[in-house]
Ligand binder design. Structure first.
Ligand SMILES: C[S@@+](CC[C@H](N)C(=O)[O-])C[C@H]1O[C@@H](n2cnc3c(N)ncnc32)[C@H](O)[C@@H]1O
Length: 386
């Protein structure tokens, strides 16, 4: 695509959520404060992950990826594969355009236009992602716990959740309208959104099974575009199944853990059972995988054995052919030897016949010579008397 065509494609959209630099052309250079906001958000919760090499070789799910800002950063930080999902056609088109310009192949990065609940209902996605990014998303939907349960099922380890929170010390959820989704794919058009308080979120994470810590921001009051983080209306949570998130984020707030003891005990037992069940499932899957591998190996060996048997059969047939050829050759040699000895005997015979004939001829010549000499002498003798 030429620079002019690229500039036309970029300008064809009424807006860009992020300011990408595509071959020297900026997609949204005028939205200065919002551009700065995304940079500050990145410094706040993505850079520590990048610095800890958390993305290296990992599979990442970017929920509500919009035009892919976070997906591209995860890829640049070494992610093996990123799946970005969004229900807004324009956002997915833009993300794909950026991926095309950056020459990123589809086996490393895919963007799907889909309602996240439709995608996450696919059972085969279980245990598929090492890191799930759920940024600026939770406050757009009315089924937050269902979403977190889905995320827990598809994730192997980390979830970074960036969301508006209801500024309240209790574990409460605020109900809000979330309009303006006319162009979204059909099932993603929730008109109501549930916005949990920080404590409610911690309880929800606990209920689902994630270890959850609130990450403290280090913004100063001069930072533009991040007022909601500064005044406590927006927070970021580092949640994990395995990794100790304190190895990634230095400033974590202790969880607001004053859930009733009965709830905590119940959850403790519930998660222990769930954990055991998950381990059993994992072991079962590993065993099934082993069986599949062994079956595949046996199949390979079977094929190799059949090939070897075929080779042996072919070699035996070849040896048989060679044996026949050898015998024929030996017979031929014997026949030729016989011919030669017959010929030799015949030649000896011929030679002795010839020799006898030569002797006969010699004798004859001798007799003729003698006879002729006698005649000649007598002629001379008789002549001299006349
Ligand atoms: C505020 S933007 C956040 C974009 C990005 N994650 C970020 O933090 O910069 C929310 C995105 O979620 C998408 N979205 C909202 N509801 C969705 C749903 N049910 N399924 C998939 N995407 C959805 C919107 O289209 C939008 O791009």
């Amino acid at each position: 695509m030429s620079q002019e065509q690229l500039a036309e494609r970029i300008a064809a959209y009424p807006s860009w959520f992020y300011n990408f630099n595509l071959n020297g052309i900026e997609t949204s250079p005028d939205t200065v404060e919002s551009n700065r906001r995304h940079e500050l958000r990145k410094e706040f919760f993505l850079d520590p992950l990048i610095q800890a090499s958390a993305f290296a070789g990992k599979r990442v799910l970017d929920i509500g990826c919009c035009s892919g800002f976070w997906s591209f950063h995860a890829l640049e930080a070494g992610a093996e594969y990123v799946l970005g999902v969004d229900a807004w056609p324009q956002a997915i088109e833009q993300a794909q355009l950026v991926a095309d310009v950056k020459n990123i192949s589809a086996d490393r990065c895919e963007f799907r236009l889909e309602d996240i609940f439709t995608l996450l209902s696919q059972q085969e996605l279980s245990d598929s992602f090492d890191i799930v990014l759920c940024l600026g998303f939770l406050y757009h939907i009315k089924r937050p716990i269902e979403l977190l349960e889905h995320i827990y099922r598809v994730s192997r380890d980390l979830l970074i959740l960036d969301t508006t929170v209801y500024d309240n010390d209790d574990a409460v959820i605020s109900l809000r309208p979330d309009a303006g989704k006319q162009s979204y794919v059909e099932s993603a058009r929730d008109r109501l959104a549930f916005v949990p308080s920080e404590k409610a979120l911690h309880w929800m994470m606990k209920e689902v099974g994630f270890q959850c810590r609130t990450i403290q921001h280090a913004f100063s009051s001069d930072d533009k575009g991040v007022a909601d983080y500064i005044n406590g209306e927006r927070m970021v949570f580092a949640c994990s199944k395995l990794t100790d998130v304190s190895s990634i984020y230095s400033d974590l707030k202790d969880k607001p853990d004053d859930a009733p003891a009965t709830l905590l005990e119940f959850l403790e037992e519930y998660h222990q059972n769930k954990h055991n069940e998950a381990q059993e499932m994992r072991r079962l899957k590993e065993a099934q995988q082993l069986v599949r591998e062994r079956e595949a190996r046996e199949l390979e060996l079977d094929v190799a054995l059949k090939e070897a048997q075929q080779l042996v059969r072919e070699r035996e047939a070849r040896e048989l052919e060679l044996d026949v050829a050898l015998k024929e050759a030996q017979q031929y040699v014997r026949d030729r030897e016989k011919d030669i000895s017959v010929l030799n005997a015949q030649r000896e015979k011929d030679i002795s016949v010839l020799n006898a004939q030569v002797e006969g001829l010699k004798y004859l010549i001798d007799r003729i010579e003698k006879h002729w000499l006698l005649g000649f002498m007598s002629k001379i003798f008789i002549g001299s008397r006349d």
